[in-house]
Design a protein around this ligand. Structure first.
Ligand code: B4P
Length: 192
């Protein structure tokens, strides 16, 4: 089994690179952002609660996303590995993920961070907001709040995995294919 965390600020290309990684390596893609948006689209109680936080650019409470990931792991017993996209986003989520994977006698093999400047992040998200229908991409203040949440609560997750020597960083600016080449090289070096 090979388990990968794709990490980076909002708009750094996690979703974009994830699509290419799952095609190449056959991993099961688990994106908490996508799972939450699907709950919102289906107007479930969980989705209605999450929407309040997402529309303000805030993180959804840990217990909500940890529960979603736990179910997703249980629902995919035959996966050859998981690609976690947008999760974990807090240290509490990272600790919970370690426990869940330990129960399955596995763990995280690689934590891959995408590095992108703040102005480029804002530019990309505003651009996506023109067509995505995502309310959190349309307002620059909400986008900047997401980036503040990232610095305050999410970037410490990289320090957590650095303690276990799992972290590699890749420049997330340039063409999508160039970035994918760099990302793939890191995955290949771990798979060897
Ligand atoms: P997410 O869905 O994870 O969304 P995101 O941070 O905006 O990144 P995403 O992966 O979608 O964007 P990408 O960089 O690929 O989170 C949304 C919200 O959900 C959060 O704010 C939070 O409220 C909540 N949430 C999710 N997970 C949570 C958790 N674990 N705990 C608590 N709350 C949680 O792409 C951005 C744009 O850039 C795209 O338009 C893309 O086309 C473009 N792009 C990508 N690569 C490019 C490149 N190389 N050059 C130019 N443009 C590029």
């Amino acid at each position: 089994m090979f388990n990968l965390i794709l990490f980076g600020p909002p708009g750094s290309g996690k979703g974009t690179q994830s699509q290419k990684l799952i095609d190449k390596y056959g991993l099961k893609h688990l994106s908490t952002g996508d799972l939450l948006r699907s709950e919102i689209a289906n107007q479930t109680p969980l989705g209605l609660e999450a929407k309040n936080f997402m529309d303000k650019g805030q993180l959804v409470p840990d217990e909500v996303v940890i529960g979603m990931i736990s179910s997703a792991l249980d629902n995919n017993p035959d996966a050859r590995g998981f690609l976690f996209d947008g999760f974990p986003r807090t240290e509490a989520q990272a600790e919970a993920l370690d426990k869940l994977l330990k129960l399955k006698k596995t763990g995280i093999h690689l934590f891959l961070g995408l590095e992108v400047s703040e102005e480029e992040l804002v530019r990309r998200l505003l651009e996506r907001g023109k067509t995505s229908g995502r309310s959190d991409d349309r307002d620059e203040n909400v986008i900047r709040s997401r980036i503040v949440e990232y610095h305050n609560k999410t970037s410490p997750v990289a320090d957590y995995y650095a303690r276990f020597d799992k972290v590699r960083n890749v420049k997330g600016e340039g063409s999508i294919d160039e970035i994918f080449e760099a990302v793939s090289a890191e995955v290949d070096s771990k798979l060897k």
